[in-house]
Design a protein around this ligand. Structure first.
Ligand code: KIV
Ligand code: ZN
Length: 520
């Protein structure tokens, strides 16, 4: 068998993934994710769209400055200002790439009011401009899978001539199917002059649930870069899921004969970290990283699994960094046992972070007899994204009598020194506490979604609350974990208020609004 060729993994969690409703991230969160992606071993991090807003420019610039290893990429429309802004934001990166894109389908063309000739000229000029500023330039004909073959061939041929080093073929609306998509790649490889001089890339959306299958079939047909996101987050139904496509290539290596340089043992921790940061829980039955992905419950499978793990398990949990055990920690477990467990769960904390987790662990162990992996994860993730400020909950009191409405009193402190106590009534203790917070902070929001789920087992299991609200036409979310669900809901809501206050401060400072991807 010939030596394995490598497929590059291009992660776009911070750019396309961030377009998931309610998934926008602040700069420190983006940096944490970018560092985790570098540790995971992705080849390229698409860190954002610098021309979208001042905040996006700053985030891309911060990743370019602070994250070593992968190529750092910035997206740009085919406009000179966008390209120049991307180049400036990426300047500090040791290895950088400018990714320019242009819609090439007919209906887009009508929307853009451009003729075929104008699209071709714009694409070529933009690639040339990007090449003046950067040696590594990727071009994407947006909606390529629905673009006429002749025109697509012309576009790809001309951008290659203009200096593109990677050509990406997006299935922007998740419309294609595997056989058809493979055929498109074969056609391009056969008919486009110069195609062997560039890296062919694939970028799939999951509207029909085929993003991973379509990406894999493109790879079989010659693509050597896959664009994907952690947990498959992205606009609408999302993008190709990184963990699924990587584990498919690895588990079926004999079929694909291709390697990636992903450290698969980092998949589970990275997935958990992202889910926690964006507040988008992973479905229990999600392939690779879902809670049930390695659980064999059926009476038929279980005896086989116990005797020969390989009879039903096509992957081992530890291959994806899931070293779950039923081992529980408790009040008397020492610092060392906790440190070991944290490490086994894939987290690499510095002394300060670990001290914070240890402190919270002791508090929780006083309230809860047994602490499971889910509890430890929740503590670590909570400690990592605490300190969001400026509001902090000092005290919460609630009372509930089924004959009357519930009552809550909150005492909040603000980083500027204010301390406010406020009482409110509501339809239940959670409703009363959220109303009291709204009145105390003066921020009036529309609650869109409120969910509570248990993060571990047992009667005293911790509950994770997720809150989504709408404020000034934007969605904000917050999450928090506690053994008391009224407290976790209150803390999650306060996180939302803090995000709104931070976002308003950034807006006041930069005076910019984000531009949507498809606004041309
Ligand atoms: O889906 C898409 O077409 C994109 C491009 C910008 C690559 O995200
Ligand atoms: Zn996309």
């Amino acid at each position: 068998m010939s030596p394995r060729e490598r497929v590059m993994i291009f992660d776009t969690t911070l750019r396309d993934g961030e377009l998931s409703p309610g998934c926008s991230m602040a700069q420190p969160e983006k940096l944490r994710i970018a560092r985790a992606l570098a540790e995971l071993g992705v080849d390229v991090i698409e860190a954002g769209f610098p021309a979208a807003s001042r905040g996006d420019w700053e985030s891309v610039n911060a990743v370019a400055r602070e994250v070593q290893g992968p190529v750092i990429c910035g997206l740009a429309r085919c406009q000179r200002d966008d390209i120049d802004l991307a180049a400036q934001a990426l300047a500090p990166a040791a290895r950088r790439r400018i990714h320019v894109y242009l819609p090439t389908t007919i209906h887009r063309e009508q929307k853009l009011n451009m003729t075929h000739a104008e699209i071709l000229r714009t694409a070529v000029d933009s690639v040339k401009r990007a090449r003046e500023l950067c040696d590594d330039v990727e071009f994407s004909p947006e909606d390529a899978s629905r673009t006429g073959l002749d025109f697509l061939t012309q576009v790809v041929e001309q951008v290659i001539e203009a200096g593109a080093t990677t050509v990406n073929i997006p299935d922007t609306v998740g419309y294609t199917v595997p056989d058809e998509f493979a055929e498109l790649f074969r056609y391009l490889r056969k008919n486009v002059r110069g195609i062997d001089n560039v890296r062919l890339s694939v970028h799939c959306h999951d509207d029909l649930g085929m993003a991973v299958a379509n990406s894999l079939t493109a790879v079989v047909a010659g693509a050597r870069q896959i664009e994907c996101t952690i947990n498959g987050i992205g606009e609408r139904a999302g993008n190709c899921s990184l963990e699924e496509v990587v584990m498919a290539l690895r588990t079926r290596a004999a079929f694909f004969n291709l390697d990636t340089k992903i450290d698969t043992t980092r998949l589970y921790p990275t997935s958990r970290m992202l889910a926690n940061i964006v507040g988008l829980p992973i479905p229990r039955n999600k392939a690779i990283v879902g809670e049930n992905a390695f659980v064999h419950d059926s009476g038929i499978h279980q005896p086989g699994t116990l005797k020969h793990a390989s009879s039903y398990e096509i992957m081992r949990p530890q291959d994806v960094g899931l070293s779950r055990t039923s081992l529980v920690l408790g009040k008397h477990s020492g610092r060392h046992a906790l440190q070991e467990r944290v490490r086994e769960l894939g987290f690499d904390l510095d002394e300060v972070e670990f001290a914070r987790v240890l402190e919270e662990f002791k508090l929780l162990a006083d309230k809860k007899k047994e602490l499971y992996d889910g509890d430890i994860e929740a503590l670590v993730l909570q400690a990592e994204h605490s300190a969001a400020g400026p509001w902090t909950l000092q005290n919460l009191r609630t009372s509930f009598d089924s004959a009357k409405s519930a009552e809550a009193t909150v005492r909040l402190s603000h980083a500027d020194g204010r301390s406010i106590e406020m009482r409110s009534t509501g339809d239940g203790p959670v409703d009363a506490a959220l109303k009291a917070i709204e009145r105390a902070t003066g921020v009036d929001v529309v609650l869109r979604k409120f969910e509570v789920r248990s993060v571990s087992a047992g009667e005293d299991a911790q509950g994770e609350a997720l809150v989504y609200v709408e404020y000034n036409q934007r969605t904000y979310r917050g999450s928090s974990v506690s053994t008391n669900i009224v407290e976790s809901a209150t803390q999650a809501f306060l996180e939302v208020i803090n995000r709104i206050e931070l976002a308003s401060a950034t807006l006041a400072r930069t005076g910019t609004q984000r531009v949507a991807k498809a606004v041309i």
